[in-house]
Design a protein around this ligand. Structure first.
Ligand SMILES: *[C@@H]1O[C@H](CO)[C@@H](O)[C@H](O)[C@H]1NC(C)=O
Ligand SMILES: *[C@@H]1O[C@H](CO)[C@@H](O)[C@H](O)[C@H]1NC(C)=O
Ligand SMILES: *[C@@H]1O[C@H](CO)[C@@H](O)[C@H](O)[C@H]1NC(C)=O
Length: 377
């Protein structure tokens, strides 16, 4: 008899336990993977359409401010739009330099013969310099002073993007410095960048002093500490991401006001954190998390290795072009290192298309090597 009396009570309570567990599993899942599974998308956000490039924005678990709601709506619409299908897609090469372009000759050689598949933009922040190559003449945009590590650097990058966006055929936007060189011929780089759906924006979490240590709580509520990211400034991005940069003033303002070099607190460098953090929050699956521009930090100094003439050999270039895994090292004690393969449209491929930093004196050697590029590398 006790059995039959308990049964009716027992059954609903089991159901409730199951229900409660299911709800908590979902809630936990939604918290940990807010934009991964379509079922959760369906439940927690409207407008989550199938397909990798129509991801919803990560779901927020607090009340949004008016500006945040407006920003998220705009960004969601931009990401939802089908990728612009230009009949004549071009790559915008955007040079950020104090003035001169010591590798103009090399770039000229690289670009020559590919006339309607690229556009050049030059932001010379210190002095106006006459260009020699017809590909570069008249391509300087209005510029302003740039201070290393300050918001003016991000402003110059935004200025380049805005100018390059004026041409509707520009579909991929590459930021380069005066000390950058191309590692492959035009065809290779063009195909690598145009036939991909992601932006190559370097992005990783560094819990150390030169990573999250630079975060400021003044960035709350919009930017939480757990979302703060770091990465190399040298990005290459798809058109829809360039438009997102134009549309953002909310997150930009947070970096402008609270990610600075200060005498007191930790130094923060907006150009190393703004884009990685923005895209980590807005479209994490839309970025590759590495930069296609190689740089060698292995000497562990404040600046990366800069190559001199004697360093520039076939072997060096072969070494750089054969790297197919990306290393991220944190500034924690002890350091933590992560190694990830570079995956391009589902296959492992070399990570890098460009490299820096090269002294101007290396031009002659690079031109010589570049003349045999296809066969050499
Ligand atoms: C990029 O995505 C679009 C649809 O969103 C698809 O049609 C196209 O094939 C994709 N391209 C590549 C190279 O994956
Ligand atoms: C980049 O990293 C984020 C996590 O921060 C991840 O969600 C995303 O899938 C990664 N992108 C690619 C293309 O693997
Ligand atoms: C190229 O890589 C090999 C193997 O890692 C290394 O031994 C060599 O020193 C590298 N050469 C240059 C010029 O970087």
């Amino acid at each position: 008899m006790p059995g039959s009396r308990q049964r009716p009570c027992l059954k609903p309570s089991v159901d409730i336990v199951i229900l409660v567990s299911l709800v908590s599993i979902f809630a936990f899942g939604a918290y940990v993977y807010p934009h991964r599974t379509s079922l959760l998308c369906y439940i927690f956000s409207s407008g989550c359409v199938n397909g990798a490039f129509e991801r919803p924005l990560p779901v927020a678990y607090r009340e949004l401010t008016d500006e945040e709601t407006a920003t998220r709506v705009i960004m969601k619409e931009i990401l939802k739009k089908p990728l612009a299908q230009s009949k004549n897609p071009k790559i915008a090469f955007m040079f950020l330099t104090p003035g001169s372009l010591p590798f103009e000759k090399l770039w000229h050689k690289f670009l020559d013969g590919h006339d309607d598949r690229f556009s050049i933009y030059v932001h010379a922040s210190r002095e106006k310099v006459e260009r020699a190559s017809p590909h570069f003449i008249g391509r300087d945009i209005r510029s302003e002073k740039v201070a290393w590590g300050e918001i003016s650097m991000v402003d110059a990058e935004k200025r380049l993007l805005a100018n390059a966006l004026l041409d509707p055929n520009n579909q991929h936007f590459v930021l380069l410095s005066e000390s950058c060189i191309p590692l492959h011929d035009f065809e290779y780089i063009y195909n690598y960048l145009i036939f991909t759906n992601v932006s190559y924006i370097d992005c990783f979490e560094d819990p150390g002093p030169h990573g999250t240590g630079r975060y400021s709580e003044h960035m709350l509520p919009e930017i939480e500490k757990k979302d703060f990211r770091k990465g190399s400034q040298w990005f290459s991005m798809k058109r829809r991401h360039a438009i997102i940069v134009m549309a953002d003033s909310l997150y930009y303002k947070k970096f402008k006001h609270y990610c600075k070099r200060t005498k007191e607190g930790p130094n923060c460098y907006a150009d190393e954190h703004y884009f990685p953090t923005l895209f980590h929050m807005i479209d994490p699956g839309g970025i590759a998390n590495w930069s296609v521009t190689h740089v060698d930090w292995s000497e562990g100094k404040w600046h990366p290795k800069t190559y001199r003439t004697q360093d520039v050999t076939y072997e060096l270039l072969r070494n750089i072009t054969s790297i197919d895994e990306i290393i991220h090292i944190t500034t924690t004690v002890p350091k933590r290192m992560t190694l990830r393969p570079c995956i391009w449209n589902g296959v492992k491929r070399p990570c890098h298309l460009f490299a820096r930093k090269f002294y101007p004196e290396t031009l002659g050697r690079l031109l010589h090597i570049f003349s045999n590029y296809n066969t050499a590398l």
